[in-house]
Design a protein around this ligand. Structure first.
Ligand SMILES: NC(=O)c1ccc[n+]([C@@H]2O[C@H](COP(=O)([O-])OP(=O)(O)OC[C@H]3O[C@@H](n4cnc5c(N)ncnc54)[C@H](OP(=O)(O)O)[C@@H]3O)[C@@H](O)[C@H]2O)c1
Length: 339
C-alpha cells in the first residue's frame, strides 16, 4: 500500500530550502503546504514558484497549523528552540546540520522527539547518496585491508559578511558549517573517536579556517584522521581512506548532486594506476526525504537520527574544548557496529 504523502511546512525562506530541499520534498512525492518567513514578500515569491498554499509571518503560527512535518533551515543557533517548539506541537522534524551547537542541546532535542513520539532527523544529505553506499561497500569488502588513515578537506571562499556563517551568535564558523561534514564522514566509516586536537584561525569573530586531528581505536589498531575546513581557501572538497593494502579517493564527497556521476578511485597496488569505480548520479536530498517519510511511516531507523547527531556534537564539543586548552581532548571512542 502506498503511504500518504507527508504535508510539510518550512521555517524561513532559506537559500538551501529553495535551492535543494523543498524541490526534493516535491520530487519525493510529498507536499509543501506552508512557509513562514520574517519577509512575507520573499516567502510569497517562493510560495508562488513552488505552489505552496499558505504563507505565515510567524514561525509559531506555521508550527501550530495542520501539518505532518516541519523542515528547519534556520541559522544554527535557532535549531534548538524551533525544533523543541515543533516537536511540542507534535510535528516530525527535519532540521538542518549541524543539529545543534553542542551535545547537551542535541540530547534535549532527541529526548523531546522521543517523548513526543515524533521523528527527528539531521539533514546530513550526503549519507543518502548511493555513492557512499559504494564507499562503505569497498571498505567492508576488505579492498583496502585494515583502515589506517582518513584525510578530508572541505574548503571554499565565502563572500565577506553579511552571511549567517560569519555570525558567532547565530552559530557561524567553518567547523559547524563544513568541518561537521568531515567529522560526520569519519564517524560513519570508523565509529566514535577517542581523542581530538583542533586549531582555528578567527576571522570576523568566527573560526573562518580550521583543522583537526582525530584518533580512533579499532580492533585492527589505531586509525587517525586529518581534516581541514575553511571559508577562506579555494574550493576543495575531497575525502581519502587509506588502509593497510589499498586506498580510496572520493572527489566531491559531500555535494555531488543531480546529474553528477562522479567516480571514486580505488588504488589497490603501487604497480597499477588507480581504478575508477563508477557511481550513479542521484539527488541525495530527495533520497533523504524519502527515507524520512519511510521512517515516519514505521520504516527503518535513519542514518542521520537524533542519536547520531548527538554523538557527532560530542566530537565538535571536544574540538572546541581543544581550541581552548590547546591540547588533545579525550572522548568515549565507541566503535561503529561495522568497524
Ligand atoms: N544540508 C545542506 O546541504 C546545507 C547547505 C547549506 C546550508 N545548510 C544549513 O541550512 C541552514 C541555513 O543555511 P542557508 O545557507 O540556507 O542560510 P540562509 O539562506 O541565510 O537562510 C537562513 C534563514 O533563516 C531565517 N532566519 C531567522 N532568523 C534569522 C536571523 N537572525 N538571521 C538570518 N536569518 C534568519 C531567514 O528566513 P526568513 O527571513 O525567511 O524568516 C533565512 O532565510 C544552516 O543551518 C546551514 O548549516 C545545509
Amino acid at each position: 500500500m502506498t503511504e500518504a504523502p507527508l504535508r510539510w511546512g518550512v521555517l524561513g525562506a532559506a537559500d538551501i530550502a529553495s535551492k535543494a530541499v523543498l524541490p526534493a520534498i516535491l520530487a519525493a512525492g510529498d507536499e509543501v503546504v506552508a512557509i513562514a518567513s520574517r519577509d512575507a514578500d520573499r516567502a510569497r515569491q517562493l510560495a508562488s514558484i513552488l505552489g505552496i498554499a499558505a504563507v505565515y509571518d510567524s514561525y509559531q503560527d506555521l508550527i501550530d497549523s495542520d501539518l505532518d512535518a516541519v523542515y528547519i533551515p534556520l541559522p544554527n543557533s535557532l535549531h534548538l528552540p524551533w525544533t523543541l517548539l515543533a516537536v511540542a506541537a507534535g510535528k516530525h522534524v527535519l532540521c538542518e546540520k549541524p543539529l545543534a551547537l553542542g551535545a547537551l542541546e542535541a540530547t534535549a532535542m532527541r529526548q523531546a522527539a522521543q517523548n513526543r513520539g515524533v521523528t527527528l532527523a539531521e539533514a546530513v544529505m550526503y549519507r543518502y547518496h548511493p555513492r557512499w553506499r559504494l564507499v562503505r561497500q569497498v571498505i567492508r569488502d576488505g579492498s583496502l585491508g585494515s583502515l589506517r588513515h582518513l584525510r578530508g578537506t572541505f574548503t571554499f571562499s565565502l563572500q565577506p559578511p553579511p552571511d549567517i556563517r560569519w555570525e558567532a551568535e547565530l552559530g557561524g564558523g567553518a567547523l559547524y558549517d563544513v568541518g561537521s561534514y568531515l567529522v560526520n564522514a569519519c564517524r560513519w566509516l570508523v565509529g566514535e573517536p577517542t581523542r581530538v586536537l583542533a586549531r582555528e584561525h578567527l576571522l570576523h569573530g568566527v573560526d573562518g579556517d580550521g583543522s583537526m586531528l582525530l584518533e580512533f581505536a579499532s580492533a585492527d589498531g589505531p586509525v587517525s584522521a586529518e581534516l581541514a575546513y575553511s571559508f577562506v581557501a579555494a574550493e576543495h572538497q575531497q575525502f581519502e581512506v587509506i588502509g593497510s593494502t589499498g586506498s580510496l579517493l572520493i572527489p566531491k564527497p559531500f555535494t555531488a548532486w543531480h546529474g553528477e556521476a562522479i567516480p571514486i578511485w580505488l588504488n589497490e597496488s603501487p604497480d597499477r594506476p588507480p581504478r575508477a569505480i563508477p557511481t550513479p548520479a542521484a539527488d541525495p536530498y530527495r533520497e533523504m526525504v524519502v527515507a524520512f517519510g519511510n521512517r515516519v511511516h514505521g520504516g527503518p531507523e535513519l542514518v542521520t537520527d537524533g542519536r547520531d547527531a548527538e554523538l557527532g556534537m560530542k566530537v565538535l564539543d571536544a574540538a572546541r574544548r581543544s581550541l581552548g586548552s590547546g591540547s588533545w581532548e579525550r572522548l568515549d571512542g565507541v566503535l561503529s557496529p561495522e568497524s
